[in-house]
Design a protein around this ligand. Structure first.
Ligand SMILES: Cc1cc2nc3c(=O)[nH]c(=O)nc-3n(C[C@H](O)[C@H](O)[C@H](O)COP(=O)(O)OP(=O)(O)OC[C@H]3O[C@@H](n4cnc5c(N)ncnc54)[C@H](O)[C@@H]3O)c2cc1C
Length: 414
């Protein structure tokens, strides 16, 4: 890639989350020796978000346990870490960013790793209600901790991964939990109906009141402005001491848009994480990137995606182009149920269940398209997950009955 000479060889990263922290480490690993500045709006060292709805929320992990890299790494690697500071503008012509205090930082390469923010539920009075919570940051957990106590009544709006993981921790802590999902099943956008049914069963077994096909129409407020109950379309009211809204993510793309970069449900990048400006790259949850064999574009919200794009971007910046070809994967922990997914299940025409979703807590769901294994959800079976990854990577053509046959180890199907 040809880069115009500039007054600096500094690389500026905007966003101190998973992608930003992994990128600066990958950049040094790739041999870049020039100055690197990482600007992050949140205070403190970059941390991993997955434990926010798992071990950290349950109190089993501390904030320090969440650090993506040891704090000493930034100094040792000569990373100029500026957290608690927001980038407010990008001047692509002058090649500098502007910080909230007016300081300008010039760059040779700019990497946008701005992630996203929790989607807000638009309802009058909700933003001011002290017991309505979202979950994206350490600060969000801090805000809800004192209400997240045994016996409290928690209403979770949204049956996605974050909502269900919070419901699981809440039950373990001893809260009384109701999950309200507008669609006919939980996890509807990401899994097959059988997998949704499995999760609904497990949560019901654990004492969660799971309501699907349940539209929230409003909220009843107490005199102090807090929510006292969630109102449903059916006319029913769910009394609540706290509400957790988990209805998805809005990518933080405003900086890129203001700088005139293309945005289409994410900052548009190619398979090398480049925007249309050769000096500006973007990585992580905020990007819309080419979908490889699936065609089109996609925006992924996962740690493996953020880490892989960080690695790809570091290669791009250091001049050894390596396209993003990794197969997406993801995990979710709820109670004793560990889900691992590989591939993207969108567009499947057949689901094959290995084992059963109707009893027990271990099975695998394979998503096939035209007879080829495209994706798999594996529950509580690391060995099957290893084999499933290989089947998905190989786009293996496997007969459904062979996938179903528990007497044949999956690895024999490779
Ligand atoms: C509760 C929860 C549980 C999750 N569980 C899992 C899981 O089990 N498995 C999994 O794979 N993924 C999980 N994820 C998703 C995963 O955490 C994200 O995909 C990952 O954090 C994305 O990293 P990122 O760096 O792209 O974005 P982020 O982590 O969102 O980081 C972006 C950072 O940029 C900062 N920023 C934004 N704008 C500016 C600006 N203008 N100036 C300076 N800084 C700015 C933000 O403040 C933020 O700190 C979970 C997420 C959440 C919230």
């Amino acid at each position: 890639m040809h880069i115009e000479p500039t007054a600096t060889d500094r690389i500026v990263v905007v966003g101190g989350g998973q992608a930003g922290a992994d990128f600066v480490a990958a950049l040094r690993m790739a041999g870049h020796q020039g100055p690197v500045t990482l600007v992050g709006a949140e205070p403190g060292y970059p941390y991993a978000r997955p434990p926010l709805s798992k071990a950290y929320l349950s109190g089993k992990a501390t904030a320090e346990d969440l650090y993506i890299r040891p704090p000493a790494m930034y100094e040792q690697q000569g990373i100029d870490l500026r957290t608690g500071t927001r980038v407010t503008a990008i001047d692509r012509t002058a090649r500098h960013v502007v910080l909230a205090d007016g300081e300008r930082l010039s760059y040779a390469h700019l990497v946008l790793a701005t992630g996203g923010r929790a989607r807000r539920l638009p309802a009058p009075g909700l933003d001011a209600a002290p017991n309505v919570h979202y979950l994206r940051t350490l600060a969000d957990v801090a805000a809800m901790r004192h209400r997240f106590v045994p016996g409290a009544r928690l209403a979770v709006v949204g049956g996605g991964y974050v909502g269900l993981e919070v419901a699981a921790v809440a039950r373990q802590v001893g809260l009384d939990v109701t999950v309200l999902e507008a669609l006919p099943r939980v996890l509807a956008r990401v899994t097959a109906p059988q997998v949704s049914a499995f999760y609904q069963r497990v949560h019901t077994e654990e004492g969660v009141d799971i309501r699907v096909d349940t539209a929230v129409t409003g909220f009843a407020f107490a005199s102090d402005g807090s929510v006292a109950a969630v109102e449903l379309k059916s006319g029913e009211r769910i009394d609540a001491d706290l509400v957790l809204v988990g209805i998805g993510l809005v990518p933080d793309t405003e900086l890129a848009e203001q700088a005139g970069l293309a945005v289409d449900n994410g900052i548009v990048v190619d398979e090398y994480c480049r925007t249309e400006d050769p000096a500006v790259l973007a990585i992580g949850d905020c990007t819309s990137h080419p979908c490889g064999e699936h065609g089109g574009r996609r925006r992924l919200e996962s740690v493996p995606n953020a880490s892989e794009q960080a690695r790809v971007a570091a290669a791009t910046v250091t001049g050894s182009l390596q396209p993003y070809t990794a197969i997406p994967w993801f995990w979710s922990d709820q109670y004793d149920v560990k889900l691992q997914t590989t591939g993207l299940s969108t567009g499947y025409d057949e689901v094959v269940i290995r084992g059963t979703t109707e009893t027990g807590r271990s099975f695998a769901a394979f998503y096939l398209k035209d007879g080829l294994v495209r994706a798999a959800d594996v529950v509580c079976s690391p060995r099957d997950f290893t084999a499933a990854r290989k089947l998905v990577a190989a786009r293996a053509r496997v007969a459904p009955e062979a996938l179903r046959d528990l007497s044949v180890p999956l690895k024999q199907l490779l």
